[in-house]
Write a protein that binds this ligand. Structure first.
Ligand code: ATP
Length: 198
C-alpha cells in the first residue's frame, strides 16, 4: 500500500515522517529526491537544459538552483513546463523505490505538492499534516532564517489547507493541540490492519 503525506510549508511533514520511520515504515522524501534527480537523471537533465539553457547547471554538473528559480520566477508557462518534466520523473522513480520495498506493510511518499502535481493519484491513502499559518511561518522563519514575507509568498502559491484536508483520508494536527505521536500511532495501526486485508 502507498500512502502520501502532504501539507503546507512548515506544517511538519518531515517531523511526522520521522515518527513513521521510527515505526519501521520506509519514507520517500520526494522533494529532496527531485533535486537529486534534476542533477543525475540523464533524461531529466537534457530536458531541463533544453528548456532553461546550459546555465541551469554548473560546470561540475550540479544544479544551479538560483538560476533556475530566477528563470521560472513570474513565468508560469515555463514553471509549468519544468514541473511537467520533473513530476513524472519523480513519480516513476518513486514507483521503482516502492517496488523495491515489498517487504514493508506500506510505504510513505512525502511531498509538499502531492495534490498540485497530480501524483496523489498513485497513492492508496492520503494524509495531510495541518498547522495554522501563523505557527508555520514562525517555525519556518526559525528553521531557515528566512523572512516571514518570503515564507508567506511561498505559502500563497500552494493549495489552501482546507482543500488538502477535504481530499485526504487522514489529518494530523500539528498545532500543539494533540500529541503528534499518539495521532501517528492511531493512523499507523489503521494502515497496518488495512494492509493486511489487501
Ligand atoms: P517544508 O514544507 O518546509 O519542508 P515541513 O512540512 O517538512 O516543512 P518540518 O520541517 O517538519 O515541516 O517542520 C518545520 C519546522 O518546525 C522544523 O524546524 C521542525 O523542527 C519544527 N516543528 C515541526 N513540528 C513541531 C512541533 N510539533 N513542535 C515544535 N516544533 C515543530
Amino acid at each position: 500500500m502507498k500512502v502520501g503525506i502532504t501539507g503546507g510549508i512548515g506544517s511538519g511533514k518531515t517531523t511526522v515522517c520521522k515518527i513513521f520511520e521510527t515505526l519501521g515504515i520506509p519514507v520517500y522524501y520526494a522533494d529532496t529526491r527531485a533535486k537529486w534527480l534534476m542533477a543525475h537523471d540523464p533524461v531529466l537533465v537534457s530536458g531541463i537544459r533544453a528548456l532553461l539553457g546550459a546555465q541551469a547547471y554548473f560546470a561540475d554538473g550540479s544544479l544551479n538552483r538560483a538560476y533556475i528559480a530566477q528563470a521560472v520566477f513570474g513565468d508560469d508557462e515555463k514553471l509549468g513546463k519544468l514541473n511537467r518534466l520533473v513530476h513524472p520523473a519523480v513519480a516513476e522513480d518513486g514507483e521503482r523505490w516502492h517496488e523495491a520495498r515489498k517487504g514493508a506493510p506500506y510505504t510513505i511518499r512525502e511531498a509538499a505538492l502531492l495534490f498540485e502535481s497530480g501524483n496523489y493519484r498513485a497513492m492508496d491513502k492520503m494524509i495531510t499534516v495541518f498547522a495554522p499559518e501563523e505557527l508555520r511561518i514562525q517555525r519556518v522563519v526559525a528553521r531557515d532564517q528566512s523572512s516571514p514575507e518570503a515564507v508567506k509568498a511561498r505559502m500563497d502559491k500552494q493549495m489552501p489547507e482546507e482543500e488538502k484536508i477535504r481530499r485526504s483520508d487522514y489529518v494530523i494536527h500539528n498545532d500543539g493541540s494533540q500529541p503528534l505521536i499518539r495521532q501517528v500511532l492511531a493512523i499507523h495501526r489503521e494502515l497496518l490492519s488495512l494492509s493486511q486485508k489487501t
